[in-house]
Structures are given as C-alpha cells and as structure tokens.
Design a protein around this ligand. Structure first.
Ligand code: NAD
Ligand code: ZN
Length: 362
C-alpha cells in the first residue's frame, strides 16, 4: 500500500511543432506591461548565428539579453545568484518574464533565476524539496537539445558548494514551453547522442524498478519505443529531431511518477567528483551495467556503434582510490534511486564496495 502519493505539478502550457519558435513574440506580448521588460537567458552558442534563434528573437529596447556560457561547468548556485543580482542591479522592478533558450543547462538556469528573483538570499538555501517560499517570475522555456527532460521537470538542478541538488517545488516548472524540434538541428553529433541517451536511460530506469506503475509505464514505454527508433533505425534528420523532442518530454513525465536508478546514481558521482557532464556521465556508466539493465545495455552498445560516438574506455585507470570512494559516497547517498532499483532492502544488495566495483569497470 502506497502512503505517499505523488501530486505532480506540470507545466501550464505547451506549444509543439516545427517552426513554433515564431510564436514567442506573441506569447510575450500578452505578458508585457507598460515600462516592463523581459529577461532572455540564451545559450551563448547562439550568439554568433547558428539558426534562427538570434535573428527571430522578439527583443525589445528595454529587454535584457544575457548569453549564458554553459561550457565551463554545469549550472551552479553561484552562477544563478550572480544572474539574479545582475538583473536586480539593472532594474528597479521585477521582469515581466524570464525566457530560457538552450539545452538542459539553460532550462535549469532559467527556472532557478525565475525563483531566485522572488526568494531572498542565495540559491544554496533552497537546494532540496519545497524549500522555496514564494512563486517565481513567469518563466518560459525553449529547449534546443532534446533528452534531459529539464523542459518538463519540476526541478532545477544546481551544483552548490556542498551538494548537486535541485530547487524542487511546485513553482519550478515552466509556465510555458515551446517545443520546436527544428531548433535542435545544429547540435553536434556526440552531444546529440549523449543528451539523447539521457532520455533513453530515463525510460529504461523508470520502467525497471520497484516504483514503476501504469501511469509511468504508459509514458515510459512510448518514449522508449521512440528512442529505439531514433537511435537504431535510419530516419530523416527532421523526423528524428521531432521524435526525440517528444520522447524527451514523455521520458520526463514517466520519471515524475517513477524514479531513475543505478545509472543515474553512478552518474551523479561522476559529475560531482570529476565534473563529467550529465549525459556523457550517464553513457560512461550505462555502458557497463549489463548486470542490472541487460538487453537495454546491448541495445545501447549497438547505438554507440551505429552512430560512431566517442565513448572512452578504461577511464578508471586514472582515478585515485580517494576519487572512487568519494564518487561511491555521492552515489550511495541517493537512497531514492537505490530503493527504486532494488527495493526497500536495497542495502542488502548494494554497498559502497559494490558501487566502487561498478566504477572500476568504467
Ligand atoms: P547543455 O545544456 O549542457 O549543453 C551542451 C552543449 O550543447 C553546450 O555546449 C551548448 O552550448 C550546446 N548546445 C545547446 N543547444 C545547441 C544547439 N541547438 N546547437 C548546437 N549546440 C547546442 O546540455 P544538456 O545535455 O541538454 O543539459 C545538461 C544539463 O541538464 C546538466 O546540467 C544536467 O544537470 C541538467 N539536467 C536537468 C534535469 C532536470 O530535470 N532539471 C534532468 C537531466 C539533466
Ligand atoms: Zn538524466
């Protein structure tokens, strides 16, 4: 008997379709107030062209545009605090809207900045579940890579001085998203694969565990099917981009009522201790989890081969014992993932040594 039923808050509105980026100006027009302004947080990869994002941006004179560098590191609490301070220092009033355009990193930054504009102090104070005290500013997300499901999730994952943990609450999800698959056409192949595999792995993990249920299965199986088509069949790029954008969204919805598992637990350790990016870290870990995810790992290997993706081997040869132990500690403490993967008595199957053995395979 479940005693703690989840009560998931989803995004308010979704526009989907090739070319739907053109709707942004109209949506913002409905939100603009006299003397108001909009904050655009956009992945810096679009600063010098690359598609229509800059060319067709409905930017008005009073608006604030920040090109966000996501290459150095995954989003941090410090970065979000600085962006919030920059906005507040430049304006006497709150913006009418915060718009995030980019991959999972910018999605999370936009969600977090929206919340931190109305909640005092550092975002470090709010890393966790339901710690945010006030609703944020209206926020609109436009993903430009598909896979993480950050566009639909109710968390904004930030790395802080102590934890890598999301600002998770009912006010985190976007008020509006625009899913325009044409915006993802410029993603480089390796990145496309690593982030796309986040979606595939979300589905595999969501469907394989003790928290799985019919609600999650409906989304997860569909998204898994789509992922297998995308990565194992020969599709036209436009069709592939459409499918992956929808699969990412469905994979995310599947997770809201289920949970990620072993791969994500190990991946969090890799990201926290070695700064590996989320999608890449997932791929490094999933490649060696045959004992947990069986045939899904075989399919993954076929995908790597088909797309000739760079996936380094024997990385662990260069990891110190201390790094292995630190990663194992991060992973071990993700209790909810282990409960999903192995059940309530997971500690009888998983200990820090078993986790270190998984890391040593990588
Ligand atoms: P990303 O946002 O970190 O971007 C990866 C690279 O792709 C960057 O160099 C970026 O500039 C580039 N890029 C983005 N769009 C592009 C485009 N259209 N064309 C060319 N280049 C483009 O990548 P990601 O994998 O989407 O996001 C990873 C982040 O998502 C991590 O920080 C992770 O923590 C977060 N995440 C969040 C959730 C959530 O639920 N909130 C879930 C999973 C992952
Ligand atoms: Zn993920």
């Amino acid at each position: 008997m479940i005693t703690n039923y989840k009560n998931f808050k989803s995004i308010e509105r979704t526009i989907y379709g090739a070319g739907s980026y053109s709707q942004l100006g109209g949506l913002l027009a409905n939100k603009r107030t006299q003397n108001g302004y909009v904050v655009f947080l956009i992945d810096h990869v679009f600063e010098h062209g690359l598609g229509i994002i800059k060319k067709d941006l409905p930017l008005e004179k009073t608006d604030m545009l920040v090109w966000v560098d996501v290459d150095e590191h995954e989003p941090t609490t410090e970065q979000v605090d600085n962006l919030r301070d920059l906005i507040i220092d430049n304006h006497k009033q709150l913006p009418d809207a915060v718009v995030g355009i980019g991959g999972g990193s910018v999605m999370d930054i936009a969600k977090a900045v929206s919340l931190m504009l109305t909640n005092e102090g550092s975002s470090v104070l709010y890393q966790g579940l339901n710690l945010i005290k006030k609703p944020g500013v209206y926020h609109l997300g436009i993903p430009t890579i598909s896979g993480t499901a950050a566009e639909v999730s109710m968390t904004a994952v930030l790395t802080g001085p102590v934890k890598k943990l999301g600002l998770k609450c009912d006010w985190t999800p976007f008020d509006q998203i625009i899913l325009d698959p044409t915006l993802t056409a410029t993603v480089p192949k390796n990145q496309w694969f690593y982030t796309g595999m986040d979606c595939y792995i979300h589905c595999v993990e969501s469907l394989t565990g003790t928290l799985m249920n019919e609600f999650s299965r409906a989304y997860g199986e569909k998204a898994l099917d789509m992922s297998l088509q995308i990565f194992l069949q020969d599709l036209e790029p436009a069709e592939r981009d459409e499918l992956l954008m929808v699969a990412s969204y469905f994979g995310g919805l599947s997770l809201t009522y289920s949970e990620v598992g072993v791969c994500h637990a190990l991946s969090y350790g890799l990201s926290k201790i070695l700064d590996y990016r989320h999608g890449y870290a997932n791929c490094i870990a999933f490649n060696h989890l045959d004992d947990v995810y069986g045939d899904s790992v075989n399919d993954f290997k076929k995908m790597v081969e088909k797309h000739e993706v760079d996936l380094p081997q024997n990385l662990s040869e260069n990891w110190s014992q201390k790094q292995l132990e630190d990663m194992a500690e991060v992973a071990y403490n993700l209790t909810h993932m282990w409960i999903h993967a192995f059940g309530k008595d997971w500690e009888q199957q998983v200990d820090r040594n078993r986790i270190i053995e998984w890391y040593k395979r990588m």
